[in-house]
Design a protein around this ligand. Structure first.
Ligand SMILES: Nc1ncnc2c1ncn2[C@@H]1O[C@H](COP(=O)(O)OP(=O)(O)OP(=O)(O)O)[C@@H](O)[C@H]1O
Ligand SMILES: [Mg+2]
Length: 249
């Protein structure tokens, strides 16, 4: 049984079809990538999986602009597509959204502590802090600094680190490298690789196809709301049409 199983997922905003019958899975221990052009529906896919689309749907119900979410999402065998974002996170499916920013008025330490609110004990929280700082030495050097005074890239790093303060059974990350300089990007990808190697399955959405292909066991190519291809990097790269048309390689 896959850890995460998405079956025939569709999302419509009013009449616009954003996701159209998407099916994908992530097995225990796997690193799965999702790539595709701007506007393909990658962010919507992660938001639908993590309960954010459902939350939006509930908030908007009865007002103008209907949101329709259909299909099934299972996590550890359990249906989660009717759950809101908080319930999904409580089950261990942790979503680190696109362009996430930390709380500017809080220090690095306080931001991370806010991420650990579901921690069972002080010892557990301490262990998670240690892990975060081992993964992000740059943040360890800036514990007391107010998040608002970190560089844009460091803030983005902190947002990813904060997601790690949850006990993730699956980490779903949306464009973590967006706008980062090469050096920070490398640090961030190294951290993500290490998180995975320590046993946390990863579902990664990234513009940088080459980077995804180096890290992921398998990837899906999403275009106009549909999965148009999937497989290992070598298989996807071998497809000329795919390479030229969708992967930009
Ligand atoms: N809340 C919303 N209401 C209406 N349309 C939306 C909403 N969210 C997303 N869309 C539309 O759905 C399409 C897919 O958006 P999405 O953000 O999922 O794409 P993406 O693949 O993540 O793109 P990018 O690579 O630019 O981040 C876009 O055309 C977008 O305008
Ligand atoms: Mg996106």
């Amino acid at each position: 049984m896959p850890l995460l199983e998405v079956a025939n997922l569709s999302v419509r905003y009013d009449k616009a079809v954003i996701l159209n019958g998407v099916s994908l899975s992530v097995d225990a221990g796997e690193f799965v990538g999702v790539v595709g052009p701007n506007g393909a529906g990658k962010t919507t896919l992660l938001r639908a999986i993590s309960g954010l689309v459902r939350l939006e749907e509930r908030m908007k119900r009865g007002t103008s602009g209907d949101i329709v979410l259909e299909g099934e999402v299972r996590f550890s065998g359990r249906r989660i597509d009717a759950l809101g974002a908080h319930e999904v996170r409580r089950l261990g499916l942790v979503h680190c959204p696109e362009r996430r920013r930390p709380f500017r008025e809080l220090s690095v330490l306080e931001n991370l502590r806010a991420g650990a609110y579901l921690s069972r004990s002080a010892a557990e929280t301490a262990r998670r802090f240690e892990r975060c700082f081992a993964l992000f030495p740059r943040l360890a050097e800036r514990k007391e600094q107010l998040a608002g005074t970190l560089s844009g890239g460091e803030q983005q790093m902190l947002a990813t680190a904060r997601a790690l303060m949850f006990e993730a059974k699956l980490l779903a990350i949306d464009e973590p490298s967006l706008g980062l300089a090469p050096r920070l990007r490398e640090e961030l990808f190294a951290a993500i690789r290490r998180i995975h190697s320590e046993g946390v399955p990863v579902l990664l959405v990234e513009q940088e196809v080459g980077q995804v292909f180096r890290m992921a066991d398998r990837s899906y190519v999403l275009s106009q709301g549909k999965i148009i291809a999937q497989g290992k990097a070598e298989q996807l790269m071998a497809d000329e049409t795919l390479r030229a048309g969708y992967l930009g390689l």
